[in-house]
Structure formats: C-alpha cells, structure tokens
Design a protein around this ligand. Structure first.
Ligand SMILES: [Zn+2]
Length: 375
C-alpha cells in the first residue's frame, strides 16, 4: 500500500469517528449540520452517515424543521446498538453497571461479595453478571465487552494485575480472570476508572487530578481525554506519598503514607462503618466527628496542595469521601488555600460528579471508547 492511500484511509476513518462522536454529543442532527459544524463537504458527510446507517449505528428520524429550502433528514445515533458492562471489584463488594453507546447508565447493582482469589469467586461473579444482564433484558449480541475495575496496579504491557495489597494478590494474568467471562474483558485500576467516568463527558481541553478517597487512597491524572499511565502504570498512586515523616503505619508496610491518614475508614469507623452516618454526625455538630474531620482534612489539605503544586490543575475529590463531602468542600478548600503559596482566588478543589458507581461506570465507558475509537 502506498503512503498516500494509507493517509486517505486514515483521514476517512478519522472523519467517520469524529462524525459519530458529534452525533452522539448533539442528539438529532442533519447532514448539512455535520458538514457546516465539522467543516467537511456535504457529500463526505452524507457518505459517512450512509455507512453508519448501514452498520446500524445511526438512524433516520423523519425530517428537521426547515428554515427555507429542502427539509434535511433528521439523524441520530442508535444509542442501544451496542452495550457495555462495567464490573468494579472491591474487597467486600462487586458493582455492576450496564451502559449504552453514549454512556448512559441503564442498570446498576452493588452486591456484597467478599473477594477471594479463587476460580470459584470468578465463576460466581460471572453468574451474577449473567443474572444482572437477564434482569436488564440485555441482548448479549450487542455487548461489546466487560470493563473490569480492580483496586491494584494494572500493567497493560505485561497484561497482568501486578499487585493489589488490599486484595492480597500478585501477578494475576488478565487471562486467568477473563477466562470466566464470555465477553472481551478490559482491565483498569479503580482510581483510573473513577477518573475516566469524570472525564468522559468533559471538554477536550480539561485536565484534572482525580483523588480517590475510598478505603484505600489512590489517584489518576486525566487529560486530553485519556489517562496518564506512567512508566510502571503507577501514575497517581498518591496513597503512598509521604505526608508525615515516620508517621502512622500504612498497610503497604511503610510509615507516614497519605493512606494512613485519609482512607475513608478513618471517618466511617467512628460511625459503625457507615460513612454517610459520619457526615450526618458532622452536620449535627457531634464533637468527636468534628475532631476526626479536622484532623482528616489537615492531612488531606497537605496532599491536595502538594498534588496541585506538581500538576497545576483542578483536583477532583472522588471515591467514598468525595461522594459524601458535599457542603464540607469549603472547609477543605480553606485549609488548602491556607497552604497554597500562590493564593488562587477560585477553588481548584471539586467534588466528583459521579457519586455512585463511578469505577464501574468508568470501566464500562472504557469499553465504549475502545469501540467508538475504531468506528
Ligand atoms: Zn503506604
């Protein structure tokens, strides 16, 4: 194949891809709309939409209101043409999400299922997944795959879960997990998955750090619609950033890590393990809760300020604590602002938008994105 031919094919693919994304974002559009807004010729736009209709990804929905001249055909994506599943594996639960091609959640379920590194565990969650799909009346032929979020280091080169302290596993090949599912499987780290859910619908320019404050602390950098992975796929592992020299013991074996101060259980342990209850106690002015929150946010502010100094971008608080933080965000910002050398006026600390099922959703969205990028 000569170079020019490859280039033409690439351009065509890029255009198809961009047109499909444009339609997904804009709902009902017409060929003239696509041509005008995407700066491609009308015959090219018409040819692309014709191909996408033939593949069952687009459909015609009558005609658009005319402002003079011939009425244009109304086109929209067949949002149920393909489906994706997200599976979030944690120490004590699994969460399942089913989404359509534009990433809308069709069904969500969280099930108590303590992790065991054994075939029987994967067989059981595969059965639960099938049951979940039965209840959703999901057409199996439309399922693109299962995105699996895992609380550990996911090495995409070696295709293995390098390790997960919290689940007590090491060097688990992707194959040994995907073998239990009759769909293509995609693996990603839990904080990366949460960040992906946050970033999926954001502007192309948006760059942020996602600080995952669940029963372990992690993080991810999102920018240019992608996750930054790092040389060893450990980018954003701020849970093991030292915040206190020779401080509290961390589960990783070191001392003074952020995780030893800001894991969600530091709060929920004061409320029978229920984080929402901790925040209710805080709202009611419970003295003990106020004391714990004050200490927690002292360390959190150090971490947020440090991360911001390195990356100079918004910090999104995610995970269990980020989902509950609500009205207390201002208190965190006040402490961060107190540490910030540069005195920014506007807060760069945000609470996550996806409060439920973020990791499972992000894992499903990764499956969708992999498909859409190949259209
Ligand atoms: Zn640690």
């Amino acid at each position: 194949m000569d170079k020019k031919k490859i280039t033409n094919m690439e351009v065509k693919k890029k255009n198809r891809n961009a047109v499909f994304r444009y339609i997904c974002q804009n709902g009902i559009v017409s060929n003239p709309d696509i041509s005008y807004n995407m700066k491609i010729s009308l015959p090219t736009a018409t040819q692309i939409t014709k191909e996408l209709i033939a593949e069952g990804l687009l459909e015609e929905n009558g005609e658009l209101q005319s402002t003079g001249g011939r009425r244009a055909k109304a086109l929209s994506a067949v949002i149920g043409a393909r489906l994706a599943v997200g599976l979030d594996i944690t120490k004590n639960h699994i969460a399942l999400v089913l989404t359509n091609i534009v990433g809308e959640i069709l069904k969500y379920e969280r099930i108590y299922q303590p992790y065991v590194c054994a075939e029987a565990y994967y067989r059981e969650i595969s059965e639960k997944l099938e049951h979940f799909l039965d209840e959703s009346n999901a057409d199996r032929d439309k399922i693109l795959g299962v995105g699996i979020s895992f609380p550990g280091i996911i090495d995409l080169d070696k295709e293995q879960i390098t390790y997960s302290h919290i689940l007590g596993v090491e060097a688990v090949p992707f194959d040994s997990v995907s073998a239990f599912f009759p769909y293509p499987c995609f693996f990603l780290n839990d904080a990366n998955a949460g960040a992906y859910a946050e970033g999926f619908h954001s502007d192309e320019e948006e760059r942020f750090f996602y600080l995952s404050l669940s029963n372990t602390v992690g993080g991810a950098i999102f920018g240019n619609n992608e996750l930054v992975q790092g040389k060893n796929f450990r980018c954003g592992e701020v849970g093991h950033m030292t915040v206190v020299m020779d401080g509290e013991s961390c589960y990783c074996g070191k001392r003074g890590c952020l995780d030893a101060y800001c894991a969600a259980w530091h709060l929920s342990d004061a409320a029978d393990g229920k984080l929402e209850q901790f925040f209710s106690m805080l709202d009611q002015g419970n003295v003990e809760a106020i004391k714990i929150w004050d200490s927690y946010t002292d360390y959190l502010a150090i971490a947020v300020n440090n991360i911001h100094m390195v990356l100079d971008c918004d910090i999104v608080l995610g995970g269990y604590v980020g989902s509950c933080v609500g009205t207390h965000l201002q208190e965190i910002w006040d402490k961060v602002a107190g540490r910030n050398t540069f005195g920014e006026k506007d807060s760069f600390v945000k609470a996550c938008n996806y409060k439920v099922a973020a990791a499972a959703l992000g894992a499903a969205l990764k499956v969708i994105e992999t498909f859409v990028s190949q259209i």
